[in-house]
Structures are given as C-alpha cells and as structure tokens.
Write a protein that binds this ligand. Structure first.
Ligand code: PEP
Ligand code: MN
Length: 368
C-alpha cells in the first residue's frame, strides 16, 4: 500500500492538553446517571484525564446482554460536561446516533470495532457526519485487516472530518492468547507508516481484557509513540453491566497512569521504536526458522539411528563427532560468532542426538 493523501488536523490543535497524551477514561457503558456522574467526578480528580467515555449504544456480540441505555444516556453525558472539566465521547454505529450525539453536545465520537468491519455502516456514519467539525476516532476492525481500517478512516475523512484518529483495540485471537484481543503491533505500526500524521490512541482495556494487562500494554503503546490511551474505568467494576472483568476504579486508573512512562514524541524516538519493532520481528522469524531446522536435523538423526541399528554400529563415533565440531567451529570463526558459544550449542545438540539414538536402538522390536 502506498502512502495516502490525508489532510489531518494535528491532535495538538484539538486535544485539551496539547503535547501530552490524550487520556480517555470512563465506563464501558453508561448505566445510570449516578454511575456516570460519580465515575466522572472521581476521574476528573486525576489531572491527566481529559475525556470521559461511556457507551450509550452497545454493539454486543450476542443478543440478550445489556445493549446500552440508549439516547437517554446522552443527557447524563451533558451533565458530565456541566459538572466537570472533562470532554465527553461516545460510540456511534448508525446515522441516527451521530445526529443525536452531536445535538446533545458530545465532543468526540468513535466507531467501534464491529462497525469498522462494515463499509455500509461506516459510509452511513460518514454521510451523517457531513458538515460537522467534530473529532472522530476509528477503532480497528475485529479482524487483522489493515485495508478495512484504512478504508473506514478514508470514508470518514472524505466526509470532511480532519480531526481524525485511530484507536488500536486489538484483534480477535485465534486461540490460546493471553489477550482478550491480540495487539498485533505491526498493524498499528504499518498504519503509522502509511499515515504518519494520524494520531493513534491505544485501548489497553479491550486488548488485555483484564486490569493487570493495562499497564504493560499502555507502556508498550507509549514506547511505540502512540498518542493516547482509552481506559475503561467504572466506579464499581464488579457490578458493571458490560466488560466487568476489564474495568478499573478511578483510583486504580491513577496508579496505572503513575507507572506508565510517557516518552516524548520526538521524530528520532519514533523511528527508533519502529525500527526496533521491525528488527525484533525479524528475530522472531529467524528463531522460528532455527526451531524448524533443529526439528529437521533431529529427523535425520532418527534415520541415522535406524541405519546404525540395522547394521549393528555403535551410536557414538568419536572421530565423526570431533570432525563435526571442528568444522562448525571453523565456520563460527569465519562468521565472527563466538567459538565458545557455538561449541556449547553443538555439545547440547550432540547430546540430544545421542539420547534420541539410544531410544531408537533400545526400543523393543515391533512384533510382526
Ligand atoms: C467499547 O469501547 O466499549 C467497545 C465496544 O469496544 P470495541 O468496539 O473495541 O469492542
Ligand atoms: Mn467495553
């Protein structure tokens, strides 16, 4: 994908605390006026928090779960604006939501992961945004498809929205992940490469799915020079009507923010973080190849064991081992890799080969 031609208003021109990360906090869902206001008042006490989030219309995966309080929650957000210094943000999934939220004075809108996957829905929202000068945040789609994410950003941008940002909230994992949604960091990094001016906010709550993962994910996001965090915060997470397991109290939020180091967004640092991530990605690939090579080597060892067994030949042949080691060490020298290190590795490999051969030699013959 080649670089895209976007005209984005720098986040410093619309963020309430230019030059610092944009911190968005608030419950997954607005549940009652008391829950909204009590949570907002406590969040406000942390000077780093700038925007209060609350879902009014909730796109739930399964029907029959809490689907949000609907438009009546907009009045509660208006109350938050009146009673605190916080700006407000909510999720919109349909044209009607856009109109109602803008009419109610909501400051920032976002598209959820289940909306970004659907170009019809995104276009409907984009059409409803025409003529409005409101910041819009676009969450990544639930599947790791960068084109869909970029496509949604493009549709919103073409509707005339220049105060645009992306939210990285992770991607549905295949299986066995420690995350609720896999971060797949290379995707937001690639988005940054394509659209360097586009701010990216990380949502560690939906990536981690549990409070203990918010801090390390938030730190990683800052290490990659992301521009802010969205953290689900509830006055009493245990009784939350949605995403109870991942929400934190306002007090816990402050402790998490105390521990995350915000590194200055210097161009140099950004390039450094991205380069490091690329290099680590290559290391991961090489390590995976190393394991494949070792597996293939062990298979050959098994074949040799069978051959020796059939011919009554000893497992250990000192001269062959000596010759092999010499040969590997000389290659190590020519590649400027420490000989002592290569010797250690090949001793381990050789020991493992002997163990496997012993197993094969001593295995009882298969009865015919
Ligand atoms: C949310 O922010 O509460 C939400 C529904 O998130 P996502 O769209 O990332 O699943
Ligand atoms: Mn949620």
């Amino acid at each position: 994908m080649k670089n895209l031609d976007f005209n984005i208003t720098p986040i410093a021109e619309w963020s309430p605390n230019p030059g610092l990360p944009l911190l968005i906090a608030g419950p997954c869902s607005a549940e009652s006026q008391e829950q909204v206001l009590q949570t907002a008042r406590l969040i406000e006490q942390d000077k780093r928090a700038m925007v209060f989030r609350a879902g009014i219309w909730k796109p739930r995966t399964r029907p029959g779960t809490f689907e949000g309080v609907g438009y009546k929650g907009l009045a509660w957000l208006a109350e938050v604006k009146k009673q605190t210094r916080l700006l407000t943000a909510t999720e919109v999934a349909r044209a009607e939501h856009v109109k109602l939220a803008i009419d109610a004075g909501v400051d920032i809108l976002w598209l959820g992961a289940r909306t970004t996957v659907n170009p019809f829905s995104v276009q409907e929202i984009a059409d409803a945004l025409q003529g409005h000068d409101i910041p819009v945040l676009v969450k990544n789609p639930i599947n790791p498809d960068l084109q869909l994410w970029v496509g949604a950003l493009e549709r919103i941008h073409r509707a005339g929205i220049s105060k645009l940002a992306a939210i990285h909230r992770g991607f549905s994992p295949v299986s066995g992940s420690i995350y609720r949604n896999d971060p797949i960091w290379r995707l937001p990094i690639e988005l940054k490469r394509l659209l360097p001016e586009l701010p990216i906010i990380c949502d560690p709550s939906h990536i981690g799915g549990k409070p203990t993962l918010i801090e390390p994910i938030g730190q990683k996001a800052f290490d990659l020079q992301m521009d802010g965090l969205m953290i689900e915060t509830h006055i009493n997470p245990e009784v939350a009507l949605s995403d109870a397991r991942q929400q934190v109290t306002p007090d816990h939020l402050s402790r998490i923010l105390d521990n995350i180091v915000w590194r200055k967004p210097q161009a140099q640092n950004r390039a450094f973080a991205e380069q490091l991530e690329t290099l680590r990605g290559r290391i991961d690939e090489l390590d995976s190849q190393l394991i494949d090579v070792l597996a293939a080597r062990m298979k050959l060892v098994d074949e040799i064991a069978e051959l020796k067994k059939q011919n009554d030949v000893t497992i250990l042949q000192v001269s062959r081992y000596q010759e092999m080691l010499e040969n590997r060490l000389s290659q190590a020298r020519s590649r400027q890799v420490s000989e002592a290190f290569i010797k250690l590795i090949f001793e381990q490999i050789h020991q493992n080969s002997i163990r496997r051969q012993e197993d094969i030699m001593n295995a009882a013959p298969v009865k015919g």
